[in-house]
Design a protein around this ligand. Structure first.
Ligand SMILES: C[S@@+](CC[C@H](N)C(=O)[O-])C[C@H]1O[C@@H](n2cnc3c(N)ncnc32)[C@H](O)[C@@H]1O
Length: 869
């Protein structure tokens, strides 16, 4: 079965369909009347209403709901309508006098305030096909309305945009004071229908019968629509249905002329023996197997169950199915000895023979003429097409048919029977079949039908090839896009690396061994290092080694640079007492530093970081020499304990090697485990988790409930063969709604507030250091004081004074000596000696100095490295 058709089918179940179901209306069309009534308010004041063509009864339900309680409501349709409270219904053809009499009997001498008409030519089994066109049906309903409406009454009718439209409006205007055409929002834009609300019925004493005579009202149309053209239109629409069943047709102008019926079936024999198989496929709903001959065909091997199923409902078939049916037809024809294709070949052969007789020059001449003629015909066709589009647009604008959504996708209207071909236009055919055009050369068409079939099927294959090509191209572009993202976005890299859990497992040994260089590479953005190396390679050729080395370092910062610095410090053997102090502070540090590092690990901070570090180096060494020295231990211990990876922000949760890879081992499972480990370490950190935990504690949900909630019909959707962009997109947007309670959000907010209230890590560390130093000094002073106290050669008074001094010294915070920075400018540049007006310690600097000092350092470092290697 064709996928496209299925889609269309699903697409039809729009919001009004669902609303109708919800509110108990029998048809989504009920909303059209609700919306019309909202605009014109004709139901609330009506006491009597006649609904012509009322089945299944949606409009009657609306009338019954909106009209006053004791009103009279009568519904008529070809098919019986299931009873509706307060509504009288009967089955009758509205074009007959019998129907008129039935209404008369029902209303007695009452007059209707409202006459509704939502009819569309339909085919019940008893209905004479194509008896009335939509416009004629409208005229018939108008006739009834004119007979039963009260003066000032309202007539609401559905019309389809067609050439008849203006004529109908003219007639309405003769009988009503106000005539307005409108399209309620619930009427699909793709549907050609429009509703005309005629108010203030004039109730003239005498109405010219010509007003209700289709021959008279639609005179021009009949003249302008010769039978062949109608047949051509039908065939054309049918062919579009087959070649492009999924094609959404735009620019509908109304019913395909001449095709007024919705349901058609024919014997399979007709299909097998017909000349124009494609038209048959596009025209009929079903091929039946009723005759003995047809029943025999059912027994043949070639008539597979698939073929039978396809014959049973042609309107839902896709291109593939049509292709299968055409093959089946060809096979059966060969079996029956009809052999259509051979005939064509023979004809062709004959033509070739004739051509051979003609001499070469003449042949070329003819070929040229033929090509010229073809080009002229093509140009003509294009002109014609452009004109058609233009005319249609103008017509649509005149008919006020252009609704904002006109440009949107098109679907079939279930309220009208749901068959596309009711509204088919000539538009779609051109894409595949230039020959199908209704040109002056339309007589060529008949002879080319078989060719057209092959051509269409070939072009279909070609299209599939093109689609495959496009998909491949799209995949390539998507990969390139991802590559671009990878290069640009550090966060993306983190995510990617999280996905790659196996690689992460292999990193367990980080920080525990290996050389510094190795740990650099593994440690922080392998890609970054590689990229930097590549860049160095490029630069080596034209710039000095010295500078490139330093730049490299700056570029790989903060990750690489930082680590290297840490390692250097570690090497220099600075495992001092201060490190022990840091160890005490280790725990609260971890969480904060991680999030900060995620932020500062982004590329945009790389250069900045290096610069800031350089700038601050001296200051830091001066002020908080311990800060730098503490880190190696911290990192080493941290990594050894929790297995933090190179991004510093996420930890690797060790996994059991024996863990089975079960059916739920989908991408992202590791992420769950990481989350679990995090939760154990840091507590619940999302509102969702807190909500679930609350539900569990309050016994609103059991563990089994939660597990079961995780299983739904989408859980087992196969992800095989789905393009990566699709899966990525799904992962990004296809998320279920998570029930998050207000309490959970409040709890989390409180937690965050508490976190905010805490001093930041560095401040806390500095304070602790200060305290530690003070305690040490005090201890020292105490010891000295004890020594003083034990001295025997000092008087008690001297001892007391000495101790007092010592204690004062021990508790006093050392003031740092102030260092003045003096920038020598203008004439002072290069002058030696203390600058005028500067007292105390000072340092002379100039704007270049900082850069030069740094460059010097860089050079020294590079030289050292070169010597080593
Ligand atoms: C779109 S449906 C009407 C839906 C209806 N307004 C509702 O809300 O349920 C069109 C109806 O017109 C009916 N119809 C078509 N030709 C008719 C005729 N000549 N006489 C009576 N009913 C006719 C069809 O049987 C079909 O049920």
């Amino acid at each position: 079965m064709g996928k496209a058709q299925k889609k269309t089918g699903k697409g039809r179940l729009d919001k009004y369909y669902k609303l109708a179901k919800e509110q108990g209306y029998r048809a989504r069309s009920a909303f059209k009347l609700i919306q019309l009534n909202k605009k014109y308010s004709f139901l609330e004041s009506a006491r009597c209403c006649i609904d012509l063509c009322a089945a299944p009864g949606g409009w009657l339900q609306v009338a019954s709901k909106y009209m006053p309680v004791n009103s009279v409501i009568v519904g008529v349709d070809l098919v019986p309508i299931k009873p509706i409270p307060r509504v009288v219904t009967f089955a009758s053809d509205i074009t007959t006098t019998q129907c008129r009499n039935l209404i008369r009997n029902e209303l007695k001498d009452w007059k209707a305030d409202v006459v509704l008409h939502d009819g569309a030519p339909n085919v019940g089994t008893a209905w004479v096909q194509d008896a009335y066109s939509q416009s004629e049906l409208v005229l018939m309903s108008l006739k009834l309305a004119a007979e039963f409406l009260i003066k000032g009454g309202t007539f609401v009718t559905k019309v389809f945009r067609s050439a008849d439209y203006n004529n109908l409006i003219w007639v309405f205007n003769q009988l009503f004071g106000k005539v307005e055409a409108t399209k309620p929002p619930s009427s699909r834009n793709v549907s050609a229908e429009i509703f005309v609300v005629c108010r203030e019925f004039l109730a003239p004493k005498h109405i010219d019968p010509k007003f209700f005579d289709p021959k008279h009202v639609f005179k021009e149309l009949t003249a302008s629509a010769p039978a062949e053209e109608l047949a051509g239109a039908i065939a054309k629409n049918a062919q579009i249905n087959v070649f492009q069943p999924e094609k959404k047709r735009r620019h509908r102008d109304g019913y395909a002329e001449g095709d007024y019926t919705l349901y058609k079936e024919t014997g399979a024999a007709d299909f097998i023996r017909c000349q124009d198989a494609v038209t048959f496929l596009g025209t009929f709903n079903k091929f039946t197997f009723k005759t003995d001959e047809e029943k025999e065909w059912l027994k043949l091997d070639i008539t597979t169950p698939d073929v039978q199923a396809n014959c049973a409902d042609l309107k839902v078939l896709g291109k593939g199915d049509f292709k299968a049916l055409l093959k089946w037809r060809t096979a059966l024809r060969e079996e029956l000895g009809l052999e259509v294709k051979e005939k064509v070949t023979e004809e062709l052969t004959e033509t070739v023979e004739v051509v051979e007789e003609v001499d070469e020059e003449q042949q070329i001449q003819e070929e040229l003429e033929r090509l010229n003629a073809e080009a002229a015909a093509r140009a003509k066709r294009q002109r014609r097409r452009a004109n058609e589009v233009k005319t249609r647009t103008i017509q649509r604008m005149q008919l006020r048919m252009t609704a904002p959504m006109d440009i949107g996708l098109e679907q079939a209207d279930p309220a009208l029977g749901g068959h596309d071909d009711m509204f088919d236009l000539d538009q779609g055919s051109r894409a595949l079949r230039g020959r199908v055009d209704d040109d002056s050369d339309s007589d060529e068409d008949e002879g080319e039908d078989d060719d057209a079939e092959d051509e269409a099927l070939d072009s279909e294959e070609e299209r599939e090839r093109k689609v495959a090509g496009l998909e491949a191209e799209l995949d390539g572009m998507y990969d390139a896009y991802q590559e671009h993202l990878r290069e640009r976005d550090a966060k993306y890299k983190v995510k990617e690396s999280l996905k790659n859990n196996k690689a992460r497992e292999a990193w367990h040994g980080i920080g525990q061994g290996g050389s510094d260089e190795d740990s650099d590479v593994e440690d922080g953005g392998y890609e970054k290092v590689m990229r930097a190396k590549a860049r160095i390679g490029e630069r080596d050729s034209d710039s000095s080694d010295d500078s490139s080395d330093e730049e490299n370092e700056a570029e790989t910062a903060p990750v690489g640079g930082k680590k290297r610095r840490r390692a250097d410090v570690a090497e220099s053997g600075s495992k001092s007492k201060k490190a022990r102090t840091a160890a005490k502070l280790e725990e609260p540090k971890a969480a904060l530093s991680r999030s900060a590092q995620i932020w500062f690990d982004q590329d945009m901070f790389a250069g900045l970081d290096a610069e800031v570090e350089d700038d601050d180096e001296e200051e830091e060494e001066d002020m908080e020499s311990s800060e730098e020295h503490e880190e190696p231990e911290e990192v080493a211990e941290d990594e050894a304990m929790s297995g933090e990876d190179d991004f510093d922000d996420f930890e690797i949760v060790p996994q059991d090697k024996d863990d089975d890879v079960d059916m739920w081992d989908v991408e992202g499972e590791n992420e769950d485990e990481i989350k679990q480990a995090k939760i154990q370490k840091q507590g619940l950190i999302t509102a969702e988790a807190v909500s679930l935990a609350q539900a569990l504690i309050n016994r609103q949900k059991t563990r089994t409930d939660l597990i079961n909630d995780g299983f739904h019909r989408y859980s087992l959707n196969s992800k095989d063969d789905l393009p990566s962009w699709f899966l990525d997109d799904e992962a990004k947007h296809y998320k279920s709604n998570i029930p998050i309670t207000k309490e959970a959000v409040d709890a989390l907010r409180a937690k965050m507030r508490a976190l905010d209230a805490r001093p930041i890590k560095k401040v806390a560390e500095a304070k602790a250091r200060k305290k530690f130093k003070a305690a040490q000094l005090l201890e020292k002073a105490k010891k000295k004081a004890e020594g003083v106290a034990e001295m025997s050669d000092m008087t008690e008074r001297d001892k007391a004074r000495q101790i007092e001094k010592l204690m004062e010294k021990g508790t006093k915070v050392k003031k740092r000596k102030e260092l003045k920075v003096v920038v020598a400018k203008g004439a002072h540049k290069g002058l030696k000696g203390r600058p005028k007006g500067v007292k105390g310690r000072y340092v002379m600097v100039d704007s270049r100095m900082k850069k030069e000092v740094r460059a010097e350092k860089r050079r020294e470092k590079a030289n050292k490295k070169r010597k080593r290697s």
